[in-house]
Ligand binder design. Structure first.
Ligand SMILES: [Zn+2]
Length: 426
């Protein structure tokens, strides 16, 4: 390990220059005029992986932007195989006038790199690349079999990743997946992310009379769909902030006392949260701390609501219809299709007479959880605890399990960062 750290130190300046070169490529995946830059970025990365000694490096063209794949399987069949996932594409740069330096002219200030992609995700990808380079340069080998999958479409929803993973299932097989594409709990505070909440996203349409009516002529006997919509939504939660949809909590995994104690030990400030979002009090499900609400409990939120007269002044319309978008963050072991059905049944059971309610399952994702006692998790924790020489210029190691769970390519993140803090995008 000392040799590896010495190698990293000795090559710090060169590595930094290479990182700045990588960051200077404007690989904005959503911008068609940048498609050439995205392609160039894939080529640059693949060339670099060859330079550091990865024996197999491939650029896979897709229906969209290319996927860079590399492998080093020299550790042999007795050693675990780790898949490293990352992305080399970046977010658009707007609003450009809020940047101190042009986003694709990486600039060092106070020992930090400012450029688009510096922390999402080129910086992290590059840390892995440099770690591999240092190991290969000092010992000629890696302690595990390594597969690297670095895509160019993460920022646009990875449309071609699932087909790629399906097609190359056997080739991508691994014991653990390492990802550095989440966040630290706080600057300088290493974090292992071992779960992600899922999502169920629904639209509720309500229909009352066959046309917009005048409330003076029809108000009273004719049920108002907007009132009905508000009643339906109002009945979805009780005064304790608990979701009242029957069966909603049936599959929710209880958090162990140990885990609750660990969460309680984090320096999470409700005051800071209130100040950050500009509210005088926090809400949500009673009986749980903010961290528990954020990470271990499901939610139900109205994301949009629309109907009737919304123009200036007054209009006494009794509207014909209304619509709301409602979504729920899910936790293990809730399933988004199951939750959507439960919402559907609940809405049907409470819809007032004279109103038709239609619930549409728009999209969703199931929550994921990495077992905390998995060997890869222990390895991640050991690496995180390592308290040897400083690791320049920054090192991020994460661990993530990928499963092709039927419908979707699901990433499960175990992440920890250490070393340099605050390299940032803007
Ligand atoms: Zn990212």
């Amino acid at each position: 390990m000392n040799q590896i750290l010495a190698h990293l130190s000795a090559n710090e300046d060169v590595s930094l220059q290479q990182l700045l070169e990588f960051l200077a490529i404007g690989s904005v995946s959503t911008d068609p005029t940048r498609a050439g830059d995205v392609q160039h970025c894939a080529t640059w990365l693949a060339d670099h992986l060859r330079t550091i000694g990865m024996p197999t490096v491939e650029i896979h063209q897709t229906a969209g932007h290319p996927i860079v794949y590399a492998e080093h399987l020299g550790a042999g069949p007795d050693k675990p195989t780790v898949l490293m996932y990352g992305h080399y594409d970046v977010q658009p740069v707007d609003p450009i006038d809020l940047w101190t330096n042009p986003p694709f002219e990486p600039t060092l200030r106070d020992g930090k790199v400012f450029a688009r992609g510096a922390t999402d995700d080129k910086g992290q990808v590059f840390i892995h690349v440099k770690a591999v380079e240092a190991m290969l340069a000092t010992s000629g080998s890696l302690p595990v079999n390594l597969k690297m999958l670095i895509e160019g479409e993460e920022e646009i929803g990875s449309p071609n990743l699932t087909p790629f993973v399906r097609e190359h299932r056997e080739r991508l097989a691994c014991d653990a997946v390492v990802v550095s594409d989440t966040a630290m709990f706080a600057p300088g505070e290493p974090s292992i992310v071992y779960g992600l909440r899922g999502l169920a996203y629904l639209q509720i349409d309500v229909q009352g009379p066959n046309r917009d009516l005048h409330s003076g002529s029809y108000g009273g006997p004719v049920a108002n769909p907007l009132n009905a919509l508000c009643t339906i939504i109002g009945k979805m939660k009780d005064e304790q902030g608990r979701v009242t949809i029957p069966g909603f909590y049936d599959d929710v995994l209880d958090v162990s006392d140990q885990e609750r104690a660990e969460l309680a030990g984090l320096q999470y400030s409700d005051e800071r949260l209130k100040g950050d979002v500009g509210v005088t009090a926090l809400g949500g499900e009673s009986g749980f701390s903010s961290v528990e609400k954020l990470w271990t409990r499901p939610t139900l939120d109205v994301n949009g609501i629309y109907g009737g007269f919304t123009g200036e002044g007054a209009k006494t319309v009794l509207p014909a219809k209304g619509m709301a978008k409602v979504s729920m963050r899910l936790v293990p072991h809730q399933e988004h299709h199951d939750i959507a059905r439960k919402v559907q049944d609940f809405v049907n059971s409470i819809t007032p007479p004279g109103i038709t309610a239609t619930v549409t399952d728009l999209h969703g994702a199931d929550p994921v959880l990495v077992p905390r006692d998995a060997p890869a998790m222990h390895a991640a924790a050991r690496a995180l605890m390592r308290d040897e020489a400083r690791i320049p210029p920054a090192i991020a190691v994460c661990n993530l399990a990928v499963e092709d769970a039927g419908d979707s390519f699901t990433l499960m993140v175990v992440e920890f960062f250490r070393g340099h803090e605050g390299d940032t995008d803007a």
